[in-house]
Design a protein around this ligand. Structure first.
Ligand SMILES: [Cu+2]
Length: 401
C-alpha cells in the first residue's frame, strides 16, 4: 500500500478572511484551513509536524483509528515545542471525512485556524458530480476587529461564539455550483462552540455520510444539525440555472445564547451541465453492535465531567469487550461528546452509522455502543465545545489488552 508523505508546518499566518479584512491567524503551511490530505483506505500517512509557532502544539487526527501513540494528546506525547518537529505515522483503515487539528491550547489555536481536512476514499464510493469539503467555523472579534481575548470564566462556561461566520476560512463566501448537478458536500464543524443546524435554501438534500463514512442508507432531509467536531456528507442539488440560495444555520437552542438564523454562504447556480450522479438506496452494511435492550456497562455524567477538572480518570476498557455507555446530561446546555480513536453506534432508531462525536442534548441522555479493537494505550473522551474541554470537561482511560 502506498505511503503518503505530508509536511505540515504550523506557523503564524496573515489571514485574509474577507476582502480587506485580516488578522494574525495560525495555519498549517500558511493556509487556513490547512491543506486537504487525500488518501485511500489502507494507505500509510507519514506526517511531519514542524512547529514554527511561538507556543507548543500537536496534531490530533480527529476520527482516524490511529495507534494510541499517534493520537496527539498530552497523555501520549510531549507537546512539540517551538522549533521542534514530530513524525506521525499510521495507516488509514476507514473511508470518510476526517480532520486534523491542534490538541494544545485548542481554544486559541483552533480559533486562529489551526485545523485542516482529511478525506479517505474507499473502493465503493457513490458517484456524485463533484466532491468538496466545507469546513464551518466562526470568529469572535472585538469592536476594533481584532480577535477577542480568550478564556475568561464566562467564555469558558458559555463557550466562544462570534459574529463572523466562515466557510473554508472565508467570511460568508459565494459558492458556485452548476445547474443540474448533484455534488458531494463533506461538511466539518470546526467551530469552538457554534452549533450549525444547516439549511440549503430550505431545499431537500440527502444525508449519506457521517463521522465514520457512509451511513447504511441515504436519508432525505431539509436540515441537519452538525455540532462541533461532527461531520456530515450531503448530496446537494440539482438546482436550476441562475438560482441563488443561502447556506444557513437555522436557530438552535443549545441552552445558551439567543438562537438566531444566520447565513454561512451564498450559493450561485451557473449554467446547466449533464449529471452522472447516482446515490444507491443501500450504501453500506453496518451490523449493529447490540440492540437497545442491552445493559449499560458504564454511565458517563456530563455534570460530573464538567466539574471534575483535568486529570479525571475513568476505568479501563478491555480489548474486545463490548461497551454500552449511557451519556447522561443533567446540565442545562448541550454537550457534543467526542470519543478519541474509536467509532461508536448511537442506540436509537436512526439509520445505522459510525460516529465519534454525538450531541447529548440538555436534560437528556444518549446511549452508545462501541467495541475496543486491538489498540491498547491511553485514550480520552471530552466535550468538543473547546472551552468546556479547556475547563477540564474530559476524562482519560486505558484500553488494556
Ligand atoms: Cu460541553
Amino acid at each position: 500500500m502506498p505511503t503518503l508523505a505530508v509536511a505540515l508546518e504550523a506557523r503564524e499566518t496573515d489571514w485574509v478572511y474577507a476582502p480587506g479584512r485580516r488578522l494574525t491567524g495560525m495555519g498549517f503551511n500558511g493556509s487556513i484551513p490547512g491543506p486537504l490530505i487525500e488518501a485511500r483506505v489502507g494507505d500509510t500517512i507519514r506526517a511531519r509536524l514542524t512547529n514554527s509557532l511561538s507556543q507548543p502544539t500537536t496534531i490530533h487526527w480527529h476520527g482516524l483509528r490511529v495507534p494510541a501513540a499517534m493520537d496527539g494528546t498530552a497523555s501520549v506525547q510531549p507537546s512539540v515545542e517551538p522549533g521542534e518537529s514530530f513524525d506521525y505515522e499510521f495507516t488509514v483503515p476507514d473511508a470518510g471525512t476526517f480532520w486534523y487539528h491542534s490538541h494544545v491550547n485548542e481554544t486559541e489555536q483552533l480559533e486562529r485556524g489551526l485545523y485542516g481536512p482529511l478525506v479517505v476514499r474507499g473502493p465503493d464510493e457513490p458517484t456524485l458530480d463533484a466532491d468538496r469539503v466545507l469546513m464551518l467555523d466562526d470568529l469572535k472579534l472585538d469592536a476594533d476587529g481584532r480577535l477577542a481575548p480568550f478564556g475568561d470564566e464566562h467564555e469558558l462556561h458559555e463557550g466562544r461564539e462570534g459574529d463572523v461566520r466562515l466557510v473554508n476560512g472565508r467570511q460568508e463566501p459565494e459558492l458556485a455550483i452548476a445547474g443540474g448537478q448533484v455534488e458531494r458536500w463533506r461538511i466539518v464543524n470546526a467551530a469552538n462552540t457554534r452549533f450549525m443546524r444547516l439549511s440549503i435554501g430550505g431545499r431537500p438534500f440527502s444525508i449519506f455520510g457521517s463521522d465514520g463514512g457512509l451511513i447504511a442508507a441515504p436519508v432525505e432531509a431539509t436540515e441537519v444539525l452538525v455540532t462541533p467536531g461532527e461531520r456530515v456528507e450531503l448530496a446537494v442539488g440539482p438546482f436550476a440555472e441562475s438560482e441563488v440560495l443561502e447556506l444557513e444555520a437555522l436557530p438552535y437552542d443549545r441552552g445558551r445564547g439567543e438562537p438566531r438564523r444566520e447565513r454561512l454562504a451564498t450559493i450561485r447556480v451557473g449554467p446547466t451541465k449533464a449529471s452522472s450522479a447516482s446515490l444507491p438506496d443501500v450504501l453500506r452494511e453496518i451490523e449493529s453492535l447490540t440492540d437497545d435492550g442491552s445493559e449499560t456497562t458504564r454511565t458517563v455524567s456530563m455534570k460530573a465531567l464538567m466539574h471534575g477538572g483535568h486529570g479525571q480518570r475513568d476505568e479501563d476498557v478491555r480489548v474486545g469487550e463490548l461497551q454500552v455507555w449511557n451519556l447522561v446530561n443533567e446540565t442545562s446546555q448541550d454537550h457534543p461528546f467526542h470519543l478519541h480513536g474509536f467509532f461508536f453506534q448511537v442506540l436509537d432508531d436512526g439509520v445505522p452509522a459510525w460516529k465519534d462525536t454525538v450531541n447529548v442534548p440538555q436534560k437528556e441522555s444518549v446511549r452508545i455502543a462501541w467495541l475496543p479493537d486491538n489498540r491498547p494505550g491511553e485514550w480520552m473522551y471530552h466535550c468538543h465545545i473547546l472551552e468546556h474541554h479547556a475547563m477540564g470537561m474530559m476524562a482519560h482511560f486505558s484500553v488494556v489488552a
